[in-house]
Design a binder for this molecule. Structure first.
Ligand code: DAT
Length: 175
């Protein structure tokens, strides 16, 4: 057992909204027994905000409070963390980082279905086109722990579940 991570590895799943982080993360937690943390939902529940973004008409995340709130849970390992950003988490938290990627036309439909319109919809599509979250991940973590995963189809979802489940099993066997 890894004394630093008695509960297992910490996995970060990131990507533009709509790429499938929640779908993948929640199912992965079911399959592996790891603890699933949706940072957006946690922020809403605990009101971890600092003001209001007038442009996007949404509350602004208080990143320091998110870190304080999660430190005791994430420290000992065994978590799958889901968020559409990744540069404010402590680098030491994660053993592996997956960045989900979705083709524009597919992402556009998914975000429309979620009720996104106008500037919010366009900005999220731009975010995916410019690989913003992938670059953020590569800039924030060691390159060899960052992996890009296609997330367009149910087959992609299955392949990603298999791949990450195997990685977690191998981690458990070698620590
Ligand atoms: P996120 O948590 O990244 O915002 P989500 O998990 O809520 O995304 O997924 C957005 C929508 O896309 C939802 O209706 C489920 C669907 N979806 C997710 N992954 C998919 C995949 N690999 N193939 C087809 N649909 C997928």
């Amino acid at each position: 057992m890894d004394s630093r991570r008695p509960n297992g590895p910490n996995v970060l799943i990131t990507g533009t909204p709509g790429t499938g982080k929640t779908t993948l993360g929640a199912e992965l937690a079911q399959r592996t027994g790891l603890n699933y943390i949706n940072v957006g939902d946690l922020a809403k529940q605990e009101e971890l905000y600092e003001g209001w973004d007038a442009q996007y008409q949404c509350p602004i995340l208080n990143e320091d409070r998110v870190i304080d709130e999660l430190e005791d849970t994430v420290g000992p390992g065994g978590n799958i963390v889901d968020y559409h950003g990744c540069d404010f988490f402590p680098e030491r938290w994660f053993d592996i980082v997956f960045v989900l990627r979705t083709d524009n036309t597919i992402l556009y439909k998914r975000l429309e279905q979620k009720g996104y319109t106008g500037k919010k919809l366009e900005d999220n599509i731009q975010c995916e086109i410019f690989q913003t979250i992938l670059e953020e991940a590569v800039d924030s973590y060691k390159k060899d722990i960052v992996h890009e995963l296609p997330s367009n189809t149910p087959d992609d979802l299955e392949a990603n579940l298999d791949k990450i489940t195997i990685w977690i099993e191998e981690w458990r066997n070698s620590h």
